[in-house]
Design a protein around this ligand. Structure first.
Ligand SMILES: Nc1ncnc2c1ncn2[C@@H]1O[C@H](COP(=O)(O)OP(=O)(O)OP(=O)(O)O)[C@@H](O)[C@H]1O
Ligand SMILES: [Mg+2]
Length: 425
């Protein structure tokens, strides 16, 4: 047999690594404690990860996850023809050397009985502990992961709500009208509060409509499914109306779901205003589908639009949507909070009120962009001078001057008119 050698994992190894992982699992083995996605993420983050190679072929791999003085071996895998030759033990020794160098004192592993790697662990001085049971909390709130993936859904990470900076008024309204009745259904029911099933968010581009929809899913821990009007047209041979019907049918199997339709005016504009590709057959279809959607518990439809005035009036009637909520331009307090969020370490060295004043017509998205440009300018200066000076107000004012504000007098006037004409909350 040709000699094998050890080296650090590279990103290029990913495909081969997955193949080796696959090969080293027995058919009847229980699901691994650390799923492949977690193992590969740790490998790519050099947590550390070591591979054994013969020529260009990857034949073995060991990955750990270290935190402070503690590390877990996430994987010891060997290609089918390379077992029983001491590669596993060498991989572990190499991995251990790296862990010790990083200050790790305790190293553990959690493997199914008889898994590949068990022998290598024993040969490397690991002792099996018995009498323990591995506990695991199932991941999702009822939704079947395979089904969810099939409809393009995701479970949002927690914490998205807190990541929406400022916007206190909008946050209060959305929390009161949407989040609380849905997260406390029994209490709401006792007081005769009906949880909402459909909501429209409207406002100028970049004000955070999509962010709010995701944040609500995050708060509720419901899967988030986004439906793209622009894709419906090309989706199936049956045309956009059939594609829409199919999407709603698939969703019906999920236990709980937040369905988000962005730029809903593309499929729900007043007759005559619709794009030629969609036509108003799709608007009628959507109008027909909403009542069925509303019949189920634990379902929320959020539609977002920049142009609420162009929506079909039938679409906006109360029976379909419980609330129509404006998401407006950020006021001074909100802009301050959003700047603070995106300034990061620069928050300590710049004149924040000046940046807030200078970004009067900015949306949160504009602020995010200007903050990135400002940080980039400070970073580039430091690359040249290497004098450790922090970012300056000037860096950010220049970035603001170079960013075209999304908001205009006109969009703001229209928005206020729309609030008068359409908002319901
Ligand atoms: N309150 C906020 N705090 C921090 N970042 C925000 C906030 N609101 C929006 N952002 C950021 O601004 C960007 C645009 O936000 P988002 O996509 O939610 O806006 P939108 O209203 O959906 O825009 P569009 O109408 O163009 O779809 C995102 O990167 C988002 O993270
Ligand atoms: Mg959006």
């Amino acid at each position: 047999m040709p000699a094998w050698r050890l080296r650090d994992f590279h990103d290029d190894d990913l495909d081969q690594a997955i193949r080796v992982w696959d090969q080293s699992r027995h058919e009847d083995e229980p699901a691994p404690v650390f799923p492949i996605s977690e193992v590969m993420a740790a490998a790519r983050a050099k947590q550390p990860a070591v591979v054994a190679v013969v020529g260009h072929e990857l034949v073995g791999m060991a990955v750990a996850h270290a935190q402070g003085e503690r590390a877990w071996v996430l994987l010891v895998a060997l290609a089918a023809h390379w077992r029983h030759q001491g590669i596993g033990s060498s991989l572990l020794a190499e991995l251990e050397r790296r862990l010790r160098a990083a200050g790790v004192r305790r190293i553990s592993a959690l493997l199914p009985d008889s898994a590949t790697g068990a022998t290598a662990l024993q040969n490397s001085g690991f002792q099996a502990r018995t009498g323990l049971t591995y506990y695991e909390k199932p991941e999702q709130t009822g939704a079947d992961a395979g089904l969810l993936a099939a409809v393009g859904g995701r479970v949002m990470p927690s914490g998205l709500w807190d990541a929406v900076a400022g916007m206190e008024r909008e946050k209060q309204i959305i929390e009161r009208d949407i989040v609380l009745p849905l997260s406390e259904p029994e209490l709401a029911g006792r007081y005769g509060v009906t949880p909402p099933k459909g909501v429209i968010l409207f406002g100028p581009p970049g004000t955070g409509k999509t962010s709010f929809a995701k944040a609500v899913a995050s708060r509720l821990a419901w899967p988030f499914v986004e439906l793209f009007p622009s894709r419906l047209a090309s989706d199936t041979s049956g045309g956009p109306a059939a594609a829409l019907r199919e999407a709603f049918t698939e969703l019906a199997e999920l236990v709980a779901v937040l369905l988000f339709i962005d730029e809903v005016e593309e499929i729900a504009a007043a007759r005559g205003d619709l794009a030629i590709t969609t036509g108003h057959g799709v608007t009628n279809e959507l109008l027909k589908l909403i009542p069925g959607f509303r019949e189920h518990d634990d379902r929320l439809l959020i539609c977002a639009t920049n142009s609420v005035r162009s929506l079909d009036p039938a679409f906006l009637r109360p029976g379909r949507f419980d609330y129509v909520i404006p998401i407006g331009p950020p006021d001074t307090a909100a802009r301050t909070a959003i700047w603070q969020r995106y300034l990061g370490p620069a928050a300590g060295s710049v004149d924040l009120p000046r940046l807030v004043r200078a970004s009067d017509m900015f949306t949160p998205a504009d602020i995010e962009f200007a903050a990135r440009k400002g940080a980039q300018a400070a970073f580039e200066r430091e690359l040249i001078h290497r004098d450790g000076k922090p970012a300056t107000t000037e860096d950010y004012l220049t970035a603001i001057a170079g960013t075209r504000p999304t908001l205009t007098e006109r969009t703001i006037r229209d928005f206020h008119e729309d609030i008068g004409a359409f908002s319901r909350m």
